[in-house]
Design a protein around this ligand. Structure first.
Ligand SMILES: Cc1ncc(COP(=O)(O)O)c(C=O)c1O
Length: 443
């Protein structure tokens, strides 16, 4: 039976009454009520269509019929925990292994990105027998207690940094400490990590892991320079630690050229653990940890069973398989390159026209537009960015910001995003920025 539809105002009032106030809404002053979605479009209670430029969870498109069908068919047959033999979990692990370097051949299935990262952290500690973790500044790795501790984006607003956590500068060549004019930013940023390790050792601390998003997204849609991971991994391995690549936002072909974002660093780079979430299930809660035989064996050596009631259940794995099928069948990786390049070109044309656009960076359908107040200091144009996304919402375009200055427009749309969509959103940005410039002049 379908429940009666409440008005937007009624839903909002009930939400304010019943749901914890720390659970924030997009556009909190005037939130959107979405009742259905298809492909790259979302629809509100009045049937108005919004273009979704940010939902990287609905990876192959909202409510993709193949994914809905796979879940429905498996739900009709069986859903249970992973303590019974079932083909879906092994079929899925086998398919995933084909996308990864050979060394990453052991899989654990879970229900959310946070669970995956928490398991990766436990494994790193168990394998290395060390405790400490190095993370990048502004990083976010999940909402569990263990992950808030390694997420500067969160812990800086709480009780602060734990003694076992070390924060390295973001390898951001636009606004970081070593920029595009530095003669060797790769080595310079990697040496920062080496120095952190040296300092930690002086205090008797030992490094378990370098924990990093392959492309820092919350940090501001950053593309680390190629070769940085290799150099960091060298320092971290020398210290007895391991390299964990968080692909929870950026994996599954989003970057176009490669299936995994860490592969942008070069063929010679392989992390010790890869964590996956969000796009993996196109909205269905699945997550995964992929690691090496050695790490898996060290984790098992405690004799403590790893049991996760829902992780790897037949329905989740059927969905995971269907997502991989659609990526392949619809050539979404190549599509991400084609549409991403087109969108980057359009945005770069806007950069010439509008001085507020300081930088356009990205790969595939992972793109950031850094808005600045001035060219010399590159001061984040925070208020202008917020104004722009609010105006875009009025044009039925859903976009948002990232980065510590909340000034980087982030594009992470469903992978079916089209050239027409790209043109539509960039035209809207152009019109709004032109308007803003006129207003400035008239003041
Ligand atoms: C990079 C990264 N890692 C981990 C997580 C946590 O994933 P989840 O919210 O599914 O627990 C997130 C969520 O935003 C994320 O962006």
């Amino acid at each position: 039976m379908r429940r009666a539809q409440r008005s937007r105002q009624e839903t909002l009032a009930l939400r304010r009454q019943l749901i914890g106030s720390s659970c924030k809404l997009f556009f909190s002053d005037d939130p959107v009520k979405i009742v259905k979605a298809k492909g790259q479009y979302m629809y509100d209670e009045k049937g108005r269509q919004y273009l979704d430029c940010i939902n990287n969870v609905a990876h192959v498109g909202h409510c993709h019929p193949d994914i809905v069908k796979a879940a429905h068919e498996q739900n009709q047959l069986l859903n249970t925990n992973s303590r019974y033999l079932h083909d879906n979990v092994v079929d899925y692990a086998e398919r995933l292994s084909k996308t990864l370097p050979e060394k990453l051949c052991t899989f654990y299935f879970l229900n959310s990105g946070s669970e995956a990262n928490d398991l990766a952290l436990r494994m790193a500690r168990q394998y290395t027998k060390h405790e400490d973790v190095i993370v990048l500044d502004h990083a976010y790795h999940g909402h569990l207690t263990s992950l808030i501790d390694i997420s500067p984006y969160k812990f800086r607003n709480l009780e602060g940094q734990k003694e076992w956590v070390h924060v390295a500068p973001v390898p951001d060549t636009y606004r970081g400490i070593y920029r595009e004019d530095h003669e060797d930013s790769v080595t310079a940023y990697a040496n920062e990590v080496r120095n952190i390790i040296d300092q930690a050792h002086k205090r008797g601390r030992k490094i378990a892991a370098f924990f990093v998003e392959s492309l820092p997204s919350v940090g501001g849609q950053i593309i680390p320079p190629a070769g940085y991971f290799q150099k960091v991994a060298e320092h971290v391995h020398k210290a007895g630690g391991i390299f964990i690549a968080d692909e929870i936002q950026v994996g599954f072909g989003r970057v176009g050229k490669h299936f995994w974002a860490f592969q942008l660093q070069g063929e010679d780079f392989v992390p010790d653990i890869v964590t996956m979430g969000k796009p993996i299930g196109n909205g269905h809660p699945i997550a995964c940890v992929a690691t090496t035989k050695e790490i898996a064996e060290a984790f098992a050596a405690t004799g403590v069973e790893y049991f996760n009631t829902f992780g790897g259940n037949p329905v989740s794995c059927a969905v995971g398989l269907a997502v991989l099928d659609v990526i392949e069948k619809e050539h979404l990786q190549a599509h991400a390159t084609e549409v991403g390049n087109f969108l980057m070109n359009l945005l770069n044309q806007q950069k010439i026209k509008h001085p507020i656009i300081g930088d356009v960076r990205g790969t595939g359908l992972f793109i950031g537009v850094d808005l600045i107040k001035d060219q010399a200091e590159r001061t984040p144009a925070t208020a202008a960015a917020e104004y722009l996304i609010t105006r875009l919402k009025e044009e039925y375009i859903l976009l948002s910001t990232d980065g510590p200055g909340r000034n980087v427009l982030k594009f992470k749309p469903p992978m079916c995003f089209s050239m027409e969509d790209a043109k539509f959103v960039v035209d809207a940005i152009d019109n709004i920025l032109t308007d803003m410039e006129k207003q400035c002049l008239s003041q």
